[in-house]
Every structure is written in structure tokens, then in C-alpha cells.
Write a protein that binds this ligand. Structure first.
Ligand SMILES: *[C@@H]1O[C@H](CO)[C@@H](O)[C@H](O)[C@H]1NC(C)=O
Ligand SMILES: *[C@@H]1O[C@H](CO)[C@@H](O)[C@H](O)[C@H]1NC(C)=O
Ligand SMILES: *[C@@H]1O[C@H](CO)[C@@H](O)[C@H](O)[C@H]1NC(C)=O
Ligand SMILES: *[C@@H]1O[C@H](CO)[C@@H](O)[C@H](O)[C@H]1NC(C)=O
Length: 289
């Protein structure tokens, strides 16, 4: 990760589903089911194909366009994983027993445990935990029923993402998000819908990492202390639109020329925000139900 004055805290990201699609969309994987499975276990003697997740991913060819399941058996997998091939379903056994961890999250100059590259169009992770910061860098993402915990900027980047029904666990005083939208024309943002924020300490919902940062918490229950101002301008700017209603907490820099209506805000929480062809777009073409 490359930014000044950022400190990363330990994050435990447990995913049920994470679905990514790059913004240049229209990369389809055929058919809408898994073509074959590659089995990964780091236990000796297991009847498997590879002992590391990375070796399994490396075995997939670059122009892959069929769904391939990388099935990761229970265990703590100490490795750094770079996903750089399209159409991969990374599936663990369960959130509690398939864990990928690589101790790099405390170093600002190193890459993260788990990195989904742009070339990895259509990526899904299911029933697996990563210990790292979520770098929601770019592209369109759908996080469903995820459990995410951390302290400082633990959901960061310039992705366009919906976090649906996720539990966010705040581990101490800090900031949940650091969204990095840089221009008015960009459509990126982090949208938390129907989730639950729990934890301890007092937290900001986010701080602006970009001049037009955007983050929205909608129909979210808060069971931890949120600082009254909600958001921090950090070193970017001052002009924060912070909107609070019964169902919205909304944070948007340089909101011009007018405030959003509830209807406009509502459009962020529709799946069409990340999948313009919804309900028949890329989200409906994943090999999971
Ligand atoms: C994967 O490997 C495990 C452990 O050896 C084995 O129990 C399981 O049947 C294998 N699954 C597939 C789909 O090959
Ligand atoms: C994985 O290993 C099994 C059992 O040895 C084998 O039948 C299968 O072809 C292998 N699959 C891949 C993708 O290498
Ligand atoms: C990152 O920082 C660590 C500790 O400061 C150092 O040992 C390591 O070589 C650095 N890595 C890179 C890729 O610069
Ligand atoms: C936006 O709403 C805020 C709070 O209701 C208000 O103070 C501000 O003047 C409004 N801005 C515009 C441009 O309407």
C-alpha cells in the first residue's frame, strides 16, 4: 500500500461471498457453473492438486473463461496470494477453519495478503477468511454477509462496492473507511446496506482519502460509539456533506451543486449501482446461488 500517514491495523476479514468484477465489465465466464475443481490442502498426504493457493492459481491460464473452483481445505494457509486470472471461485470450507494469512499488514511498503488484480475479472471468494486490510481498490464489488473487523481505515480504496448484510466489528478508536474517489465524474463509493456495526472505542465512519470521497451507510444498526461529526476530512479538504436521517448516514465530499434527495441516495443501495444490467447482469451470472 502506498500512501503517506496511513497506519493499517490488523483486519480479520471473513467472507461468505465476495464478488468482483472489473469496471470494464462484459467479461463473461461460461457456462454458469464450475467447469472443474482444483483442490488445495497444506496437510501432508492429502489427495490434492496443490499445497498452496498460489500454485493453484498459477496453474490456470491467462485467457481462462470458464469457472474454475479453487477449493481450499481447512487449515491456516500462510501465504501471500495474488489473483491475476479471470473466472475463479475461491472456496474454503468455512469462515472459521479456512484462513489465509500473511504477516504483511503492518508494513506500509509491502503488498497485502490477498490481492485481486485487474486481470482477475469475475472473482468470487466464499466461506473463507483472510487476515488483512480490505483494499477495495477499483472495480465493482459485492460483499454479502461478510464479517469484517479492524481499527484504522480497514476498508479502503476506490472501488464501487456494496457491502450487503455485513457485520463490521470495530476493534478500537479509529476510522472504518478511507474511500479514495478523486473526481466529480467518478461513480465510485462504498455503500453499506442493512448491516450492523459493532465493537468498542469511538470510531469515525470514515475519512476522506480522495477529494470526492463517498461512503454511505444505509439501514445500518450501530452498536458502537460513532463520533458525532461522523466523518473526518483528513488532509484532503473541508467540505463534507454529512447527511443523517433515520436510515442514512451519508458522507460525500464536494457535493455540488445540490444536496441529494432521499431518492437519489436510495439509488446507491440498488444492485444497479454495481451492476448496471441488474437483474440480468454479471451478478446473476455467477456460479453460486
Ligand atoms: C480435496 O481433498 C480433500 C483432502 O484430501 C478430499 O477429502 C476431497 O475429497 C477432495 N475434493 C475434491 C473435490 O477433489
Ligand atoms: C487434481 O487431482 C486429481 C486427483 O489426483 C486429478 O484427478 C485431477 O485431474 C487434478 N486436477 C487438476 C486440475 O489438476
Ligand atoms: C519493507 O519494509 C521492511 C521493513 O522496513 C523491509 O525489511 C522490506 O525490505 C521492505 N520491502 C520492500 C519491498 O521495500
Ligand atoms: C444541503 O443541506 C444542508 C443541511 O440540510 C444545508 O445546510 C445546505 O445549505 C444544503 N446545501 C444546498 C446546496 O442546498
Amino acid at each position: 500500500m502506498s500512501s503517506q500517514s496511513r497506519s493499517f491495523s490488523m483486519l480479520h476479514l471473513a467472507l461468505l461471498f465476495l464478488i468482483c468484477l472489473d469496471i470494464v465489465a462484459a467479461y463473461d465466464c461460461y457456462p454458469r457453473k464450475v467447469a472443474y475443481t482444483i483442490n488445495v490442502s497444506n496437510l501432508p498426504g492429502a489427495a490434492i492438486n496443490y499445497t498452496t493457493v498460489q500454485a493453484a492459481i498459477n496453474s490456470i491460464h491467462e485467457g481462462n473463461n470458464q469457472w474454475i473452483r479453487v477449493l481450499v481445505q481447512p487449515g491456516v494457509h500462510m501465504e501471500q496470494v495474488v489473483v491475476d486470472k479471470p473466472c475463479i471461485l475461491l472456496e474454503g470450507h468455512s469462515l472459521s477453519d479456512t484462513i489465509i494469512v500473511f504477516d504483511s499488514h503492518q508494513q506500509l511498503n509491502t503488498s497485502q495478503t490477498f490481492y485481486v488484480k485487474k486481470a482477475a475479472k469475475n472473482f468470487i471468494a466464499k466461506s473463507i477468511s483472510f487476515k488483512d486490510t480490505i483494499w477495495d481498490l477499483s472495480g465493482h464489488h459485492y460483499f454479502f454477509e461478510c464479517h469484517i473487523e479492524g481499527q484504522v481505515d480497514f476498508i479502503c480504496g476506490n472501488g464501487q462496492s456494496i457491502y450487503q448484510n455485513c457485520i463490521i466489528n470495530v476493534l478500537g478508536n479509529g476510522y472504518i473507511t478511507a474511500q479514495k474517489r478523486e473526481a466529480e465524474e467518478e461513480t465510485t463509493g462504498f455503500v453499506f446496506n442493512k448491516g450492523l456495526v459493532i465493537g468498542q472505542g469511538s470510531t469515525y465512519l470514515g475519512r476522506a482519502w480522495g477529494s470526492h470521497s463517498c461512503a454511505i451507510f444505509h439501514s445500518t444498526s450501530f452498536n458502537t460509539f460513532i463520533v458525532p461529526q461522523g466523518w473526518s476530512a483528513w488532509f484532503i479538504g473541508q467540505k463534507i456533506a454529512f447527511f443523517q436521517s433515520q436510515t442514512f448516514f451519508f458522507f460525500f465530499f464536494y457535493l455540488t451543486p445540490k444536496n441529494m434527495t432521499i431518492q437519489e441516495l436510495q439509488s446507491f443501495t440498488q444492485l444497479s449501482y454495481i451492476d448496471s444490467e441488474s437483474p440480468r447482469g454479471w451478478l446473476s451470472r455467477q456460479p453460486i446461488d
